[in-house]
Design a protein around this ligand. Structure first.
Ligand code: PAF
Length: 283
């Protein structure tokens, strides 16, 4: 049975008031729509561990630093609702822009330091827009748990930092990246790759897995990372915005023996792909 599509906070609160009064655990999966198996994995995880599941769909203009990317972002509400129908979601919250950012809206949430580099350096304003809308969506849905994909690793760490710093009463649950059979991380932006680029795109995860294996086997990280960047550039990716090994939680320089993450963002035929995997410097 398909879940009700809710557009107004009043309707949403009528549901969540009843659920909270009954002592039920609410999970929320915030999305920008154009749902794929990665999102559905988050929903299934929420479904398994919460009494009630809300999926939010809102293409947040404030987290797009590139107007063309915003204009081209797929909007597929009907198809999204059809994908959610068999999953037992209790509500799909689809607010419109004027509800989220009414005239006179003047508040922004800004997480510092952890947002300075990587995505933050290449997408000015992105994390402020993301942190602001996530705060709004959590305030509107009032969940006990919120589910985020590891594919956006820096986003996940920013959300965790924000929730810690602001004592927000929500548990952040991370879900592993869902990959296509050739290894490419699922993303709504993959739809924009040409057939030839879609084939080539699998080189991004392959390069990351190869670099991680070499680093974990004791090779010096700097030349391995430089070779990985060159391999992508040589295969037609361009530009490679970054391909870096960082501490998994703080995203500062990695320390031997501590959990680290190999993160990359690279353009392919005008589409920006990001990915990340675990890779620890030997202790
Ligand atoms: O990861 C996303 O899809 C978005 O950044 C989020 C968390 C839904 C906020 O707009």
């Amino acid at each position: 049975m398909s879940a009700p599509i809710i557009r107004q906070p009043g309707e949403l609160h009528a549901l969540t008031d009843a659920w909270l009064a009954a002592g039920q655990v609410i999970g929320v999966v915030p999305t920008m729509g154009a749902l794929h198996d990665g999102h559905l994995g988050l929903v299934r995880m929420a479904r398994e561990s919460c009494d009630r599941v809300i999926v939010t769909i809102f293409v947040n203009p404030r987290q797009f630093n590139n107007p063309e990317d915003l204009a081209r972002y797929p909007r597929t509400e009907q198809a999204d609702a059809a994908l959610l129908a068999p999953l037992g979601v209790d509500a799909v919250f689809v607010p419109d822009g004027a509800l989220i950012y009414p005239p006179g809206h003047a508040t922004s949430v800004s997480v510092t330091r952890i947002t300075d580099e990587l995505e933050g350096a290449h997408r000015p304003g992105h994390f402020d827009g993301m942190a602001t809308v996530v705060t709004l969506l959590l305030n509107l849905t009032r969940p006990h748990r919120a589910y985020f994909g590891e594919k956006d690793w820096q986003q996940l760490q920013v959300v965790r930092q924000m929730v810690r710093d602001l004592h927000m009463p929500v548990e952040i649950v991370a879900c592993p990246t869902t990959r296509a059979p050739d290894g490419l991380a699922l993303s709504s932006r993959n739809q924009r790759l040409t057939a030839a680029d879609r084939e080539r795109a699998a080189l991004l995860p392959r390069t990351l897995f190869d670099a991680a294996r070499r680093i974990e086997a004791g090779e010096d990280a700097a030349p391995v990372l430089a070779q990985a960047r060159a391999a992508l550039a040589g295969a037609g990716f361009g530009p490679v915005d970054y391909l870096e090994l960082r501490d998994a939680r703080t995203l500062a320089q990695p320390q031997p023996g501590q959990p680290a993450r190999l993160l990359a963002a690279a353009w392919l035929g005008g589409v920006r792909l990001i990915d990340n995997i675990a890779a620890t410097l030997p202790g």
